[in-house]
Ligand binder design. Structure first.
Ligand code: ADE
Length: 232
């Protein structure tokens, strides 16, 4: 890969990477700041896209059109949808689906995007394996799981909604951007992977500690990306 776009939704998901890179150019576009330069000798563009699917999809298009990236990595936090995936662990996307796409009134299954050949976008297989290998090396104390990332414009904090996402999509984690990034990467025919560290259980359980978990989870993911970038 010649130039890789690295996208986080929130500042805490990209600040660590920005601090480690040699920034050569900063571009403002559509309310987002794109930091172009070198991270561990690799050409990258690091950007905070903001929260939700529209911001995320637009961000990929700008990365492709303005910066010519030929791959994208999405880093950040997510809510776990599986009992075995704990706070702090990392999920590497096998694929990503938009769980709030619902045209069931017209007979489509939930999540199916009418008139598209696919609705769950497959991550690049080489990136997946590299991410798992690197994660085991640099974050040996946490679990790393391959699984489906489900995304929607809502923070999941209700057990009934969580159960529905598990039943309908067999998701490993829920967040708010990954599938939009996957969708935009698919349309531009570039490879992607979503890497998410778990900050919560997506069920509204004890959230006094959320900011602390979120910070630790984001740090795990940043460390993974920083080392992964050397291999791709
Ligand atoms: N990001 C982190 N936790 C999340 C959750 N429970 N739902 C959606 N996005 C999230």
């Amino acid at each position: 890969m010649k130039k890789v776009g690295i996208i986080g939704a929130m500042e805490l998901e990209v600040s660590e990477l920005k601090s480690k890179m040699d920034v050569q150019n900063v571009v403002d576009k559509a309310g987002m700041k794109f930091y172009e330069g070198l991270l561990n000798e690799k050409n990258v563009v690091v950007v905070q896209c903001g929260i939700g699917k529209v911001n995320a999809g637009m961000c990929v298009q700008i990365l492709v059109d303005l910066f010519g990236v030929d791959a994208v990595i999405n880093t950040g936090v997510a809510g776990s949808l599986q009992a075995k995936i704990n706070i702090g662990d990392i999920v590497v996307s096998t694929d990503a689906c938009e769980h709030d796409m619902d045209v069931s009134a017209l007979g489509y299954e939930p999540g199916i995007i009418p008139q598209m050949e696919t609705s769950c976008f497959e991550a690049d297989k080489t990136f997946i394996q590299q991410a798992i290998d690197v994660c085991k090396e640099v974050n040996p104390d946490i679990g790393v799981y391959e699984g489906r990332v489900v995304s929607g414009d809502q923070f999941i904090s209700d057990s009934a909604v969580k159960d529905k996402l598990i039943k309908q999509f067999d998701g490993a984690c829920a967040e708010m951007e990954g599938a939009a990034i996957a969708h935009a990467a698919f349309l531009n025919q570039i490879p992607f992977v979503v890497l998410r560290a778990i900050s919560d259980k997506a069920d509204g359980s004890a959230h006094m500690d959320y900011p602390e978990f979120e910070r630790a989870a984001a740090a795990h993911c940043a460390k993974l990306v920083e080392h992964l970038i050397m291999r791709i």
